[in-house]
Design a protein around this ligand. Structure first.
Ligand SMILES: *Cc1c(COP(=O)(O)O)cnc(C)c1O
Length: 468
């Protein structure tokens, strides 16, 4: 304690108690806007920060300067305490399924369904006709059966859980054959070999990174083999000297040897994206049509729904999964079922326009240019920031279609010689925060992933930059 500078110790004593600080005019003014516990927490936080700053050598010249610093920090601190940690942001990156930004945005109808269920009680596990206990699975299963043309389906928390559950149910203690080219790692440390180990299944890798032939699978089948797994490569592509058997060939082999064939589709869309002019992604109904016994995919990637994992396929195998105690551990909640059912209904009844992911992916570049031009026009005559519109590319994201480049137009922003990092920081500190791309020393905004209310926020932020 003796080592502290004497000035700091003196100033430390100048810092009034929290009770006394609560009486200051600046604090009383804040109490008119925010609840007392929030303001109290903010005051405590600043007092602690100031004490720390003085311990670290900050020496305010006087008690007045110390209190002025307190007042200067107050508004920001109250705001910070008030603000939740999980906040809405504007995704101006042009990455449609951005895992760091919460993947798929839900459509309005899905949000309405979710809100209605969240507010009160529901028939989550109640059969309204019989007046007795029902199953939560039932709510989405018939839609999935129709959409995928499969016998049965079950919904879990995410696709990682779906893969783990399938492996554990069908292959615990036995071997799973998979091509070396498909031992993928998906962001957030989902690695096929590790999931396999946790499931109790033994990995039996065949082929090489770039080439795996049907005969490689054939010779690997033994009496310990439980299933053949095909994994979509998702976030990378092997080009050049590459080969793997067609899904139908694997299916034929599996069925010949009495082994189930399972495909982890990753994103698993329900519609053929080529119809939207986009890169091909595996379509779940086609996987089922090719004869796989089970396929698994995410709810919040290209499907455009809530976080979920879907396992679809044969009745008998799904029944085994339903009996696995792990299913209880990875079951989704009612909010997930509400949003997923609504999303699936939009597919079932062809309401594509209600699905933000499909809407964003299929917006023509010229529409995005027009929106960018309108935004620049609304910004008006302000000299700064300086905006220009350039051609560029958006991407699907979410570990899907790694080589997809969707033509778009970008808003490049420059501001009074400030660095791109400074402008980017200003965008991020806006309320709601705006997440842009920084590339080649420029801040780039892609309106493909921005909803109309987000455009207003961007306009607001650019206007406030101009005033600074
Ligand atoms: C994304 C992905 C997963 C994990 O899905 P989550 O829904 O994120 O759990 C598993 N396998 C593949 C091939 C994927 O692309």
């Amino acid at each position: 304690m003796k080592s502290e500078s004497t000035i700091s110790s003196r100033r430390l004593r100048d810092l009034p108690s929290v009770d006394a600080l609560m009486q200051r005019d600046s604090v009383v003014a804040q109490l008119k806007r925010a609840d007392r516990p929030i303001v109290l927490q903010a005051v405590r936080r600043i007092a602690e920060e100031l004490r720390q700053a003085m311990h670290q050598g900050w020496e305010p010249a006087s008690r007045e300067e110390l209190l002025a610093e307190f007042d200067r920090r107050l508004g920001g601190a109250v705001e910070a305490v008030r603000r939740p940690s999980l906040r809405r942001v504007i995704n101006a990156t042009g990455v449609v399924i951005h895992t760091n930004l919460g993947r798929a945005p839900l459509g309005r109808e899905a949000v309405d369904a979710l809100t209605a269920i969240a507010r009160g009680y529901s028939n989550l596990e109640y059969d309204l006709e019989k007046g007795e206990r029902g199953t939560r699975d039932g709510h989405c299963e018939s839609l999935l059966r129709e959409l995928l043309k499969c016998e049965a389906a079950v919904v879990v928390n995410n696709n990682a859980a779906a893969v783990l559950l399938v492996l554990n149910t069908l292959a615990d203690g036995g071997e799973v054959i998979i091509s070396r080219g498909e031992l993928v790692e998906i962001g957030g440390s989902f690695r096929i070999p590790e999931i396999m180990a946790k499931s109790g299944a033994i990995l039996r890798e065949v082929g090489t990174t770039n080439r795996t032939r049907l005969s490689d699978y054939e010779v690997a089948v033994t009496d310990r083999t439980r299933l053949i797994l095909r994994v979509h490569q998702s976030n990378f592509k092997i080009v050049g000297f590459a080969e793997r058997p067609a899904l139908a060939e694997l299916v034929a082999l599996g069925h010949d040897r009495g082994l189930p064939v399972v495909e982890d589709l990753g994103s698993g869309c329900l519609v053929d994206l080529r119809e939207l002019g986009l890169a091909e992604e595996p379509v779940a109904p086609q996987s089922i049509a090719a004869g796989v016994d089970l396929c698994t995919f995410s709810g919040d990637k290209l499907l455009g729904g809530p976080q979920a994992g879907i396992v679809a396929g044969r009745q008998g195998l799904i029944a085994m999964i339903r009996r696995n105690p792990w299913l209880r551990v990875v079951r989704p909640d009612k909010l997930c079922f509400a949003a997923l059912e609504s999303t699936l209904r939009d597919y079932r009844y062809h309401e594509w326009a209600r699905l933000p992911v499909l809407r964003m992916l299929s917006t023509p570049a010229k529409t995005i240019r027009r929106r960018a031009q309108t935004l620049v026009r609304k910004l008006g005559k302000t000299k700064a920031p300086e905006c220009s519109i350039l051609p560029g590319f958006s991407t699907t994201g979410g570990g899907t279609a790694p080589d997809s480049r969707i033509p778009t137009f970008l808003l490049a922003i420059r501001h009074c010689g400030r660095s791109a990092e400074d402008v980017d920081r200003a965008l991020r500190s806006h309320e709601p925060p705006i997440i842009a791309r920084v590339q080649d020393g420029q801040v780039l905004i892609d309106l493909r992933t921005v909803e109309p209310d987000g455009e207003e926020a961007i306009l607001d932020c650019l206007r406030s930059l101009a005033q600074r």
